[in-house]
Design a protein around this ligand. Structure first.
Ligand code: C2O
Length: 500
């Protein structure tokens, strides 16, 4: 169905989600932004209204719909200076695109500098009326969304290259170490019911180890792709990733038992506290006394291991190549380095070009080598199987790499030398792990346009940790600009003369 146009109004507002008060960016008045829902196949329309006035957090903006393929609507992908010029203050921009065959858990965020860290981030759920999971698990309720965010007390876009977060927010609430009484999020469940919980990492930086005390989590979706069920106690979720899991609310509420359980999201580094109270929220059963949990942290959880997470759907489905190594059309080996606070992919740091890459292509620059920024663009032919290998360990921390415009098959994950060509998990954001890891992904080129591949740690992207796959640039006739686009770019005085 064609959904009516929804306004997303972006404003600056002073908020205190963790008990510390600071100016931020809110969407329709709230942080996180409102939950957006749709059904598989719907055409969504968003009128993004930029009313931002705070110069430090940037007055311009874009919105990216993380995980939505934008099949044949590359222009709506929202990457600043990749597919569009930023929207100027007191201007608006209409994004419209189809959800196509996609369903599951997604999110939206600013894709300009590090602006989403200042608040422009929110969840998206696309329901599948014929969800295969519904029959498999007899879920009673599939509407709970849990968002995880790191939160900063200083705007991200001032001159701090790698800012440190101050707190973890679950559904927009948390506590920083200086305010032990700020309100925590409460998620209510009813004894005897089964829930599909959707977990969204809207993190700018850390991964989170997510647990709910005394409850198992049966993972059934990763990044909008159905998986075979895998039951774990904890999920290590990286910036940009999403999971759905089934939770069985099977703890009876007796007098004397409190019926409250800690939900924990401890960051991979930074302030960690296993008593609850920070990095936490509360799972509360109906009928329980509203109190803090007294439950214990499980120190030895069965952790979600991505190499054990397998695709539910036929991996031979279009775009899910499972060919042996000989069948790869385009092998790409990436290496990542950091020098003096700047990241390089195969020797090139990504600097946003003066003209959006899509606009360059639409102006007839079909040779990827002639596209700006030079060295950061890899051309890809149509209908090819692309294999990308990415070593872990740059700077000794795990980096989550996100590809726009596609899901990919993870044929080799972290912590294993083995390849899985059978039923690899499909997703759009993958942890590349540590030294010795060689994460290998495959996707099929079926979606023309320039697409980002970048580290989803937002300060790393801002420091150049990105490349662009320019897919089917010679099929420029399939690429379209939005109607208002021509008006958008000339707003900028700094847009230089560009010889085409
Ligand atoms: Cu979630 Cu390029 O982004």
């Amino acid at each position: 169905a064609l959904l009516p146009v929804r306004d997303l109004i972006l404003q600056n507002k002073v908020i205190s989600p963790d008990g510390f008060t600071r100016p931020a960016i809110v969407t329709n008045g709230t942080f996180p932004g409102p939950l957006i829902t749709a059904n598989k196949g719907d055409i969504m329309q968003f009128n993004v209204v930029d009313q931002l006035k705070d110069h430090v957090m940037n007055k311009t903006t874009t919105v990216h719909w993380h995980g939505i393929f934008q099949q044949y609507t590359n222009w709506a992908d929202g990457g600043a200076m990749v597919t569009q010029c930023p929207i100027a203050s007191d201007h608006s921009f209409l994004y419209n695109f189809s959800t196509g065959q996609q369903a599951g858990t997604f999110w939206y965020h600013s894709h300009l500098k590090q602006q989403y860290c200042d608040g422009l981030r929110g969840p998206i759920v696309i329901y599948d009326p014929e969800d295969p999971h519904r029959g498999m698990y007899n879920v009673d309720n599939e509407h709970t969304v849990i968002t995880l965010s790191d939160w900063f007390h200083t705007p991200a876009n001032i001159d701090i290259r790698f800012p440190q977060f101050n707190s973890t927010l679950i559904n927009g609430r948390g506590r920083w170490i200086g305010n032990p009484t700020a309100e925590l999020a409460v998620i209510n469940v009813e004894y005897g019911k089964k829930y599909r919980f959707r977990l969204v990492s809207m993190s700018c930086d850390p991964d989170f180890v997510f647990q709910i005390d005394e409850h198992e989590l049966t993972v059934i979706e990763a990044d909008g792709q159905n998986t075979h069920p895998l039951t774990v106690d904890a999920i290590d979720i990286f910036a940009g990733q999403r999971y759905s899991f089934v939770l069985n609310a099977d703890k009876p509420v007796h007098p004397g038992l409190s019926g409250n359980y800690w939900i924990r999201a401890n960051p991979g580094f930074g302030p960690v506290n296993f008593t609850g109270f920070i990095n936490s929220a509360i799972l509360r059963y109906v009928g329980a006394v509203p109190d803090f949990p007294k439950t214990q942290w499980n120190q030895n959880p069965r952790m979600l291991n991505e190499s054990l997470l397998h695709a539910l759907e036929d991996p031979q489905a279009p775009g899910a190549p499972n060919q042996d190594p000989g069948a790869v059309d385009v092998p790409i080996n990436l290496h990542f380095t950091i020098d003096n606070g700047t990241y390089y992919v195969n020797g090139h740091t990504f600097v946003p070009p003066p003209i959006p890459i899509l606009l360059q292509i639409l102006h007839g620059h079909v040779d990827p080598h002639k596209l700006l920024p030079t060295g950061s663009i890899i051309g890809l032919p149509r209908n090819a199987t692309v294999q990308v290998t990415m070593p872990g360990g740059v700077d000794d921390i795990p980096h989550p790499l996100h590809l726009h415009g596609h899901a990919f098959s993870v044929i080799r994950s972290t912590g294993t030398p083995n390849y899985n060509y059978e039923n690899p998990v499909r997703r759009d954001t993958v942890n590349t792990g540590f030294e010795g890891d060689l994460v290998t992904i495959r996707f099929r080129t079926d979606n023309p346009g320039p697409w980002f591949l970048h580290c989803h740690i937002d300060s790393h992207l801002a420091a150049g940790f990105a490349i662009i796959f320019a897919e089917e640039t010679n099929a420029a006739s399939q690429l379209k600009p939005p109607t208002s686009w021509q008006e958008l770019c000339p707003i900028y005085d700094e847009l230089p003369e560009w010889d085409h």
